[in-house]
Design a protein around this ligand. Structure first.
Ligand code: AMP
Length: 397
């Protein structure tokens, strides 16, 4: 059970509070094209304003690789955040991030005011968790708040290094929510607990499968990774995505599931295509009977039904990875069916970030889910049962 101190456990009146947010938003020509991450950060910022802190926000944006790349400045974020908060967020433009400009801006702050520092990755030390930049960040504040779940699986200056040089390091509301759902709900779920895994490769989800097999009642595997399991069971997979080297592993996992009494559901039919394209010829075939020259790009209708039925009686469902090449509309049906089933079940539904989160949001089911994680890589590491450095660095209760 993770029990970290949060913004509810501290008094910030008159104190300088450095808040690590995840403002890594998509920008096209300086315009923010998806502001979900800004909106998600508002509850913590509003709480700290209401408590009378001096709020210093920081984040990375893209990969400027240690250089002050103008197109990756956080300036547009300050403008949009001001509108969303209904209060000015002053942008502390400074190529050194914590240089003379930023320091002067912090010194001039009054209680309840908010400033935003420049992109932390303008500094090369940031991603190396370097001591000097960590100390510089810490020197700006009395209290540190980490609300950036998206980078919690990385140990960088602005989320981990800085905590070594401040007395108080707590988590924000967004981070707390992620810990509650992904950490505590997965480790102590209401049962039946069903996990749905999809996406391209078995190799990238090995630790997730292993960890979840110890916890779930039912494990559903769809998407590109299912063909390696199918091949391992002696099926023909045509030219579907296949990791031959992982067939033994897949067999071991099937055995492990049986030993543990975990129901492991794999596709019983697939939508196959004669080309990797939306306009390819396609048909439905039984799993393991994919003709040469054809590839599986989605789960078939019988599989959809089995997967969706498994979700109906569940009390907790975790989903990571699409059921097929959902980017192509003709092969998105299986992913859509699963999203709909999750939207309709009474269960607690937790969506790992990345593609499944995007699919759920695009289909308009976002508000029907209990929790959609804001971090793709970070949520996957949580599901692997790993301790995330960004979470570990916060003070325990
Ligand atoms: P991941 O990042 O591992 O979750 O993989 C997501 C990607 O897997 C998406 O871009 C999907 O298009 C792709 N994918 C899912 N199913 C298949 C499939 N049957 N064949 C090829 N790619 C797939």
């Amino acid at each position: 059970m993770l029990n970290k101190k949060s913004v509810d456990d501290i008094n910030v009146k008159g104190k300088k509070v450095l808040v690590r947010c995840d403002f890594n938003v998509p920008l096209i020509d300086g315009k923010i094209t998806d502001e979900n991450r800004l909106v998600a950060a508002l509850p913590t910022i509003k709480k700290l304003i209401a408590d009378g802190g001096k709020i210093i926000l920081c984040s990375h944006l893209g990969k400027p690789k240690g250089e002050a790349v103008p197109s990756l400045s956080l300036a547009p974020v300050a403008v949009r955040l001001s509108e969303l908060l209904g209060q000015e967020v002053k942008f502390a433009a400074d190529p050194e991030v914590v240089g003379p400009n930023a320091k002067a801006a912090v010194e001039a702050m009054k209680d309840g005011e908010v400033i935003l520092l420049e992109n932390t990755r303008y500094r090369a030390e940031e991603t190396k968790n370097g001591e000097a930049f960590s100390k510089e960040l810490a020197s700006l504040c009395d209290v540190f708040v980490n609300d950036a779940f998206g980078t919690a699986h990385r140990a960088h200056c602005s989320n981990v290094g800085v905590t070594q040089y401040v007395d108080t390091a707590v988590v924000g509301y967004l981070m707390q929510k992620e810990i509650d759902f992904l950490g505590n709900a997965v480790n102590n779920p209401e049962r039946p607990f069903v996990a749905i895994l999809g996406g391209a490769k078995v190799s990238s989800k090995i630790s997730v499968i292993e960890n979840l097999l110890d916890k779930v009642d039912t494990l559903i595997i769809g998407g590109g990774m299912s063909y390696t399991f199918c091949k391992a069971m002696g099926g023909n997979v045509g030219k579907s995505l296949l990791e031959e080297d992982y067939c033994d592993y897949a067999r071991n996992m099937l055995k492990k599931a049986e030993e543990k009494g975990v129901k492991l559901l794999l596709p019983v039919d697939n939508v196959v295509a004669d080309d990797f394209s939306n306009d390819a010829n396609s048909k439905v075939v039984k799993a393991g009977e994919i003709p040469d020259g054809w590839e599986g790009l989605d789960i078939g209708p019988d599989t959809e039904k089995i997967f969706c039925d498994a979700v109906k009686d569940a009390k907790t469902v975790v989903w990571n990875g699409p059921m097929g090449c959902f980017e192509m509309p003709n092969f998105a049906h299986g992913t859509e069916a699963v999203a709909k089933a999750l939207a309709e079940t009474e269960a607690t539904t937790i969506i790992g970030g990345g593609d499944s989160a995007a699919a759920v949001n695009q289909l308009g089911y976002g508000d029907k889910m209990t929790h959609i994680s804001t971090g793709g890589g970070a949520s996957l590491e949580f599901l692997e049962g790993k301790e995330l450095p960004g979470v570990a660095a916060a003070n325990d209760k």
